[in-house]
Design a protein. Structure first.
Length: 408
């Protein structure tokens, strides 16, 4: 590395953690180009924050000397740069080659692999089914799926995308209604893209593999939707590779239907409501958003399929893990619950504009993770009313995540 080279950290997540009584910051890649998690003590974090592409090593040395009156050797900094580059955390030619190889492997694959099997959930089919059975029958669950129930058919769900071990029973509160009253044969699944996308929507033609068999994509529906939407709906397809928000819903659909009847899916990753908030605009001020959602309605009507919609969406994310200075107190946790439930009134009412306004008023103070999929689902359902089946919170010393299950 020459004197002119300035190391640049990629867009990664930095999460405060405690390990063996010591404070660290864990670096991880939300885009999944590296499975590594690097633990940095505060002394090294102070160096790494200067890896911004604007500070050559000599400038980093000078900055640290000015702060502490001690010289950090070039060798020390170069070893840190090499270690981060080896694990894929720096924007370098080595990372570009890594990313190109991973992207090409995904695009060339005939299906979308179950990227979180064996980690977030069991990769053994029997073990996975047993665990999912338990989500329904646990003390927090809705009870085992029963016989066909009376009432109107289920048109849509809001279900969590939190890890199964933390929110499995909450999924069951949504999917039990679908099992007992659903008649759809095609499921449009809206998912959050946690890494963000350049485009508001991303489609894929690839089946979603699961340990319970593949969730088959309705390719005719996908192609018709892409044509009607009048935009490149596959430009951000790579975002599907490692994103779990749709994968977890595909696993639940296979759990319900793989042994019962054939269904298909239309996986739609979304990333547009946070962008609208940042620009102080409304979601459909972006003509691509309006065109896609209108095209979706037209495609569903013309498809001849019984279409239902699923939003894989969590709610609040608060605490040091998500950028807040202090842990969430019991009083703040209660406040989050009240604010979440107030917001969910517009979601139950099927009011997409009211939902957006409820988040805009406090500038998304609670960092609602499922903004885009929930908004898209409400628009797709055309104002249909839903019922809140379950609201849950997963409190953690470093960060609180909340979630809900609604049925339409």
């Amino acid at each position: 590395m020459s004197d002119a080279d300035a190391p640049r950290l990629r867009a990664i997540e930095a999460v405060p953690v405690e390990h063996e009584g010591e404070e660290y910051v864990a670096l991880r890649d939300p885009a999944g180009y590296t499975p590594s998690v690097v633990m940095l003590p505060p002394t090294l974090l102070e160096v790494v924050v200067l890896f911004d592409g604007a500070h050559p090593i000599v400038d980093i040395q000078a900055e640290l000397m000015q702060r502490h009156g001690e010289l950090v050797t070039r060798e020390h900094i170069e070893k840190l740069v090499a270690a981060l580059d080896e694990h894929g955390f720096l924007d370098t030619p080595a990372f570009a080659a890594r990313r190109a190889a991973i992207d090409r492997a995904f695009l060339d694959a005939p299906s979308r692999p179950a990227s979180h099997a064996g980690g977030a959930y069991a990769d053994d089919p029997a073990a996975l089914r047993a665990a999912m059975d338990g989500f329904f029958t646990s003390t927090d669950g809705p009870g085992a799926v029963g016989a066909r129930a009376n009432g109107g058919a289920v048109r849509g769900l809001v279900a969590p995308h939190i890890d199964f071990h933390r929110g499995g029973p909450a999924y069951a509160w949504a999917y039990r209604d679908l099992a007992e009253r659903g008649d759809a044969d095609c499921f449009v699944i809206f998912g959050t893209c946690h890494a963000g996308m350049a485009d508001p929507f991303a489609l894929t033609r690839k089946d979603y593999d699961t340990p319970l068999g593949p969730a088959r994509v309705d390719r005719d529906f996908v192609e018709a939707l892409a044509t009607r939407a009048r935009q490149d709906c596959f430009a951000s397809e790579l975002a599907h590779r490692n994103e779990h928000s749709i994968e977890f819903q595909a696993v639940f659909l296979q759990y319900l239907y793989a042994r019962r009847r054939e269904v298909s899916v239309v996986p739609v990753l979304t990333s547009f409501v946070h962008e609208a908030l940042m620009r102080r605009r409304r979601p459909e001020d972006d003509p691509r958003v309006r065109a896609f959602l209108d095209a979706l309605a037209e495609t569903a009507a013309a498809s001849g399929r019984r279409v239902a919609y699923i939003a894989g969406a969590d709610l609040a994310h608060m605490g040091p893990r998500f950028g807040d200075p202090n842990p969430v107190s019991p009083e703040e946790l209660a406040t989050i619950g009240r604010e979440d439930r107030a917001m969910l009134e517009s979601v139950e009412a099927g009011d997409a504009d009211g939902f957006f306004e409820s988040v805009r008023r406090d500038n998304d103070r609670r960092r609602i993770c499922g903004l885009s999929p929930i908004y898209a689902l409400l628009r797709a359902l055309g104002g249909a009313r839903g019922t809140l089946r379950r609201y849950g919170q997963w409190p953690d010393p470093e960060g609180v995540v909340t979630f809900a299950s609604l049925v339409y």
